[in-house]
Design a protein around this ligand. Structure first.
Ligand SMILES: Cc1cc2nc3c(=O)[nH]c(=O)nc-3n(C[C@H](O)[C@H](O)[C@H](O)COP(=O)(O)OP(=O)(O)OC[C@H]3O[C@@H](n4cnc5c(N)ncnc54)[C@H](O)[C@@H]3O)c2cc1C
Length: 274
């Protein structure tokens, strides 16, 4: 249960909001889907983000800037209307349910980073950057934000910045045995192709131990290779996701399934581009 004396704040600027969240027990409220689920008694104040002007998607020459208050469904709609951001939109459209996607925001989802996140894998595969305001103000890659521990600091996510690169091959997938269950993992693969040759590759999984894993050896192995189904057998040894067992599924079950899906997704990309 949330505290009965919970106080709401409605700042109209980022500096005001940053100042408010420095106080113990005062946190930002975006979609509220995580806050409502956990209902922590330690929360004494909620800072509403609606007046912070973070509800935008800007299309620039080399990048897209997506404000932290954009919801999953707003991004999906923008993607359809403007024929862009397809990989991210495909991943987010698999998340939760329509009412939840109308609430879940990019910023809340990044700060929260649940095991079942649909957002992280495509963002890391797309080498997305993000701007944060607070103790560690700056622009960081999404990968650094998690691995360097910025995620734990008191800050406000202002926006994510995605390089505008439409000419790559990609696949995303969310694995859950039942559609309405939390997924066990999410996979995102992006390959930059130069004809039949792989110029760059990023292979990412979330839901694993340490939150996410980029298979850097596999990525390196693929670069400079020509597309061929023979790559699938060779790449297998570089894709070793490590999971934690839970009340329902063992780590080895998840590891086996994830490896199968990696291979399947890669095989689809190769067949579509041969
Ligand atoms: C039943 C259910 C199923 C779900 N299934 C999925 C799924 O399949 N895939 C998926 O990706 N997600 C799913 N989610 C959503 C996920 O679990 C989180 O609830 C969601 O990511 C939180 O986003 P929010 O905008 O609601 O954030 P909030 O609940 O408002 O906030 C979450 C945290 O982020 C902080 N925060 C909010 N905005 C910012 C900001 N701009 N900068 C810094 N910190 C901020 C808050 O202070 C809080 O600590 C599901 C949620 C539910 C309830």
């Amino acid at each position: 249960m949330l505290s009965e004396n919970l106080k709401w704040y409605f700042p109209s600027s980022l500096p005001q909001a940053v100042k408010l969240i420095q106080k113990p027990g005062i946190i930002l409220h975006a979609g509220g889907t995580r806050i409502l689920k956990t209902q922590s008694k330690n929360i004494i104040g909620l800072v509403d983000i609606s007046n912070l002007k973070l509800n935008y998607i800007k299309s620039k020459t080399n990048s897209f800037h997506i404000g932290a208050a954009i919801t999953f469904n707003e991004l999906i709609k923008y993607s359809k209307e403007n024929n862009c951001l397809k990989m991210l939109a495909a991943a987010l459209s698999q998340a939760a349910s329509t009412p939840l996607r109308n609430r879940i925001t990019i910023g809340g989802s990044l700060k929260d980073f649940p095991l079942w996140s649909n957002l992280y894998a495509p963002l890391i595969a797309l080498n997305a950057m993000m701007e944060i305001k607070g103790n560690k103000s700056g622009i960081y890659s999404v990968e650094e934000y998690v691995s360097e521990g910025m995620i734990k600091s008191k800050h406000i996510i202002k926006e994510i910045i995605l390089p505008r690169k439409e000419e790559f091959a990609w696949k995303v997938m969310r694995f859950a045995l039942l559609k309405f269950e939390y997924p066990l993992f999410n996979i995102a693969i992006s390959l930059k192709l130069n004809g039949k040759m792989i110029d760059d590759s990023r292979l990412v999984i979330t839901g694993v131990r340490n939150r996410f894993k980029r298979f850097k050896k596999a990525e390196k192995f693929l670069i400079g290779k020509n597309l061929s189904l023979n790559l699938l057998n060779e790449i297998e040894k570089f894709v070793e996701p490590k999971f934690v067992s839970d009340y329902k599924y063992s780590s080895s079950y998840k590891e086996t399934i994830a490896k199968v899906y990696f291979k399947d997704l890669l095989s689809e990309i190769i067949k579509e581009n041969l």
